[in-house]
Structures are given as C-alpha cells and as structure tokens.
Design a protein around this ligand. Sequence first.
Ligand SMILES: Cc1cc2nc3c(=O)[nH]c(=O)nc-3n(C[C@H](O)[C@H](O)[C@H](O)COP(=O)(O)OP(=O)(O)OC[C@H]3O[C@@H](n4cnc5c(N)ncnc54)[C@H](O)[C@@H]3O)c2cc1C
Length: 495
Amino acid sequence: MAGKSKRDAMNLSRLVQDSSVSRWDDDVDTLVLGFGCAGGCAAIEAARGGARVLVVERSSAPGGSSALSGGVIYCGGGTAIQRACGFDDSVEAMRAYLMASTGDCPNAEKIDLYCRDSVAHFDWLVSLGIPFKASYWPHNYEPTTDDCLYYSGSEECAPFNRLAKPAPRGHTVQAEGSCMGGRLLMETLVDVALREGVEVMTDANCIALVAGRDGAIVGAAVRHDGETRYIRARGGVVIATGGFVMNREMVARLAPAASRTAPLGNPFDNGSGIVLGEAAGGATANMHAAIYSCPVLNPPGLIRGILLNERGQRFVPEDVNHKRIGEHAVLRQDGRIFLLVDSEIFEQPAGVRPIVATGDTPEELEDELGWPRGSIGATLAVYNRHADEGHDPLFGKKAKFVKPLTAPPYAVFDCGIEATGVYYSFTLGGLCTAPTGEVLNAEGRAIPGLYAVGRAATGLSAQSGGSSGLQLAEGTYFGRLAGRAIAAALKSEAA
Ligand SMILES: Cc1cc2nc3c(=O)[nH]c(=O)nc-3n(C[C@H](O)[C@H](O)[C@H](O)COP(=O)(O)OP(=O)(O)OC[C@H]3O[C@@H](n4cnc5c(N)ncnc54)[C@H](O)[C@@H]3O)c2cc1C
C-alpha cells in the first residue's frame, strides 16, 4: 500500500493539471521530447505539414542512441539498392519473414504497414540526403566497410528460409568504418529539421506532462537552465525519448534477463518518457523484451563448429545472426553455451572465449567438462552422420557451413555470458501505440494529444528475432507517421 501511494504521488508530479500552470513559457503546435531518429523524423514531417515544432533534447546535442548506432536500416520489398544488387524481394516475403521472426505476438498491423511502405520510406530517407551505396556485403554481420546491403537477419537460415523467400534487407548508411552510419544519419536528420524550421532546445529535460481537464495532453514541463518551463503544445506531445536499458532498476524489475548483460545505449535511455506516458494513463507492452547481441562466432569460420548447451545438445543453426544466437542463449540456455571445433577448423576466436576442454574423443571432453558420458558423443555422431552427406537435417545449417567434425584433437570454447563479456542488450518494450503513434490506454483508447515513437513505444517486434535494422526502421517510419498525424489533425481543426 505504501509503495502504491508513493507511486501515485510520483505519477501526480509527472502529470500536472493545466489549471495549476500559472504561465506558459512557450506555445507551439508540436512538442517533441527527444531528438533521436524517431523524434527527428516526427519533427520533420510535422514541420512539413505546416506545424510549428519544438524539440526538447535532454542531452547537450541531438543524436541519442541513433547516433551511436551502426546505421543499419531494415527496408525491403524491392528497394532501389536491392534491385541494383540483383536481389528480388516482395512485400509478401518481407511480411512473412517479420511475422515469423518477431516473437509470439508480432504486431501484424504495424508490420503490414511498414512492409507496404518500406520502399517509399527508403526513398524518403534517400531524398533527405542520407547516403547508401549500391553494394552488397556478403556476410551476416554489420559491414566494416562503406558497403550497404546485407543479410542483417536470419532470412537465409532455417527455419525462415522455408517460410519466406529470403532477401537481404539491412541497408547500411554509407560511412567509412564500423558503426559510423548512425552519426551520419543523425547529422542529416538534424540538418533537414533545422532547414524545415524545427526549433531545438538542448540540455532540456522533460519532467512532466500537462493534462487538460478531460485528460488530453496539452503540454509539458521542461527543466532548462535551472528553471522549469511550461510549454503548451496545441497539436500534441510526442514522446521520443528512447528505451530504458540504462535504468538498471527498471531492467531488473521488468526485463530481468537483460540485467545479466551489458547495456547498449546512451545515458538517457533511462525510461523517463515511458514513465511520463504511464503517468498520463498510457499502457505498456513487451517490457520484458530485449535484443541480445552476442557475436561469439567470430571469425566466421567458427560457424562450421557446433554450439552446445550444458547438456551437450545443439539448440540453434550456427549460421543465424548473432542476435538470434543471443536470444536463444540468454532466454533458453541460461546464458551458458559452448562451441565445439575440431583441429581442421580450429581458430582463435576474436575476444575472450576460454578453452574449457580438449581431447581426442568426445568422452575425454565429457570427462573434462563433468558432463554425462554420451552427451557430446551422441550429438557429434548425429551431426557427423549427416554432415558426411553435406547437410544438417536437425537444424538446417546451410551446406557451406557443414563439415564433419572428425579431425581430433577437439576443443570446447566457453561462449557463455559470464566467460566472454560480449553479451549486450537494449530494451524493446514501451508505450502501447496505434500506428499513428497515438498512445493507447489499457482499454486500447487513444489519449488525446499524446504520441510515442521509437524505442519509447512498442514497435514491430515483440521479440527481436535477431534482425538488425528494425529499430532505426520503425523509429524513422513511425516517427514520420506521428508527425504527419499531428499536422493533419491541426489542419482539420483549423479548417
Ligand atoms: C551501439 C549501438 C548500435 C546500434 N545499431 C543499430 C543499427 O545499426 N540499426 C538499428 O536499427 N538499431 C541499432 N541500434 C538501436 C537503435 O540505435 C535504437 O534503438 C534507436 O536509435 C532508438 O531511437 P530513438 O529515436 O527511439 O531513441 P534515441 O535515438 O535514443 O533518442 C532519444 C533521445 O531522447 C533524449 N531524451 C531522453 N529522455 C529525455 C527527456 N526526459 N527529455 C528530453 N529528451 C530526452 C535522449 O537524450 C536521446 O537523444 C543500436 C544501438 C546502439 C547503442
């Protein structure tokens, strides 16, 4: 009870009634909270629709996690780059892949919409001046060059290659070096926004939403220069403040599996916007969900080994995206996984992967690991029987990675969370929204004047499914839809 009343009191301070606001310091059409990719795209579209837009950004410069990102954007259905690189893709294949790969309750409405508009959305990004090179990167990890298109998910891998025609859909912003595309993406969005007349206030932390008597959100309170400023927003407030992976208390409470891994994000990925939206009556969903990055099969020659759980059994085709391996490892194998190689494919992995057993026979490995006799032996016997014929009927690893492991000595690397330190995560849960970004309450009704986009909202994926690029895709795309929805509502009101 004490906890509940404390939370009620905190919610009250996060939601202020307009009757208690004695003076508005500014009056805009659209107030966007946070200038990452989602806030930036919402601001651009609202401004293009004729609205006066102010973005308040807690940090000293726009960018957020979007600027730290690799700049991989998941687009498909036949983009100009896919066609130029000789790949045939369709809206149906993209839709089928996303429906199959994004967890138990994929958001069909948002997936449908995004797949239908994906080509046009990609063209829009290009029209802003964001560079993409018409080139293919033939690996399943982020380009380390300025190349663009690659399989950023597990489209080519089992079981998805049986469910949907594969096509590479990771479009990487052209920039030299690994993980530089996000910075360029954000520099371009900032330039375009400023050109469109969007105003930006940095070092400005939104601490409360302001509600009218009917519960509609009419503005926000922002701390700036040591003062609290009240900003009225006639058309709506857009929460675009990112996720909550940096708020370790929230992660421990709501997404506990992620608390075992290192957080990936900017310091203000602390859930502040999600909490503000909740105080205004917004419902949340998928708060347990996270992306788990775990690049343990590096160099890629190690994909020819087999990943084992603590029972000596395989659990995933080794050629899937490392985020899919991460999801399996963290959520289903308690973060304890191992890689078995023979002498023919032995390579020193990049980074720390301690060797925990070596031996000329499976029995020697089992004894060294303290695992039951036959556990590795049975797995290896089945794998090798089929690998001799060049295939992997149990998990469907692609033939080019299948090789009988018959050349002793064998080695087992520990690829688990504790041993490697290369497991990273960020959260996927957030405020429930309609595709227009309108925040929904627990009954599914929109809260007038309140929008949420990007990682502060629930998006396409209930689980990551291990496809890189979906966050920037949904942040930019649904950000745009929210900006347009606000501008359209303002216009119809004026009419
Ligand atoms: C290293 C790294 C690599 C990644 N690579 C990729 C990739 O290649 N492709 C991909 O799709 N995803 C990638 N991601 C994930 C992706 O970057 C994020 O999920 C996405 O950028 C979130 O966008 P956003 O606009 O919702 O939030 P952000 O970009 O984080 O922007 C939110 C902004 O809100 C501000 N803010 C927070 N609270 C407040 C407040 N109370 N008041 C005012 N402002 C506030 C923050 O300072 C921030 O600038 C990567 C993430 C990281 C960290």
